[in-house]
Design a protein around this ligand. Sequence first.
Ligand SMILES: Nc1ncnc2c1ncn2[C@@H]1O[C@H](COP(=O)(O)OP(=O)(O)OP(=O)(O)O)[C@@H](O)[C@H]1O
Ligand SMILES: [Mg+2]
Length: 336
Amino acid sequence: MPLLQADQLRVDLRTHRGSATAVRGVSFALERGDTLGLIGESGCGKSMTALALMGLLPDNARVHGSLKLDGQELVGLPDRDWRRLRGNRIAMIFQEPMTALNPVHRVGAQIAEPLMLHKGLAARAARQRAVELMARVGIPEPARRADSFPHQFSGGQRQRIMIAMALACEPDVLIADEPTTALDVTVQQQILTLIRELVAERGMALVLISHDLGLIAQNVRRMLVMYGGAVVESGPADAVFRQPAHPYTRGLLAARPNLAQRLRAHRSDRLPTIAGTVPELFALPPGCPFAGRCPFTEHACWSEAPPRVDLDGAHRFWCRRAEAVLDAPESIAAGA
Ligand SMILES: Nc1ncnc2c1ncn2[C@@H]1O[C@H](COP(=O)(O)OP(=O)(O)OP(=O)(O)O)[C@@H](O)[C@H]1O
Ligand SMILES: [Mg+2]
């Protein structure tokens, strides 16, 4: 039984303009030690997927499909049961540490809190553990700094503190949604190295979300490429980067031809924009979400869901025009 298994996870949002589907059937399975990347342009549903995994969706959202942790169904779980899991078995690192940190509480107490809440540690033991965690994430003089407030730390240090808090209860699953976007490049690298080390050291499963191709390529073994709330391609990250199949993935990579060099130079890079814009959720066709931007689109692409096409290994993509796409040189497939 997988540690975490999503099966056709769907998120519908009720808005004043009617109902829209922000996540259209995301499936994956994670074991301990697995690292999964979610990539795609802004608005493609990455954060909605992350929030669904944390039971933190907004009130206007409805979740369908299945999400299981050690076989236990989490879709439809009452709030009080989610509170027992969140920060305990599943934890999340956000882009902006101040969304997770309380500005008026000392950081040591904030790291200690989940330990008292979930693990029943006494205040003293929890504080001791908090100081150890601060040391582990690289905060100098942790015993003294535990009494400081969030604003007394740099942005990179605040991110480290949020990581310490997320890790306090030794969760099984760690979700990191754009964990380093707000940081400068050298600090980004340090934080990602720290996350990678901790995930390996503790045997957690990691879901890393980014629109930064280089960051995903360097830090995960498997990836899902999302577009318009749907997964359009998935597989081992090296296979997807080496032989991108879906026209959308090809577009992303073709617009970044020097990615390989940059990866070797260990620098991350922003996702380029490709022709056209991400359609609004309400305007998505019932068929393939990419139909409006794809150079291969034929009539049926608009109305019928694209079939799954299996490539080598667990590499697959969803496309009605797979034969034509795979026959075409990558540059044409990218619409470049
Ligand atoms: N509370 C909400 N109510 C209605 N629609 C929402 C709400 N929050 C987000 N959306 C919409 O859901 C879609 C998916 O958003 P999501 O935040 O998951 O994108 P994302 O992939 O994380 O993008 P980014 O890279 O910008 O973080 C977007 O079209 C967004 O406008
Ligand atoms: Mg997001």
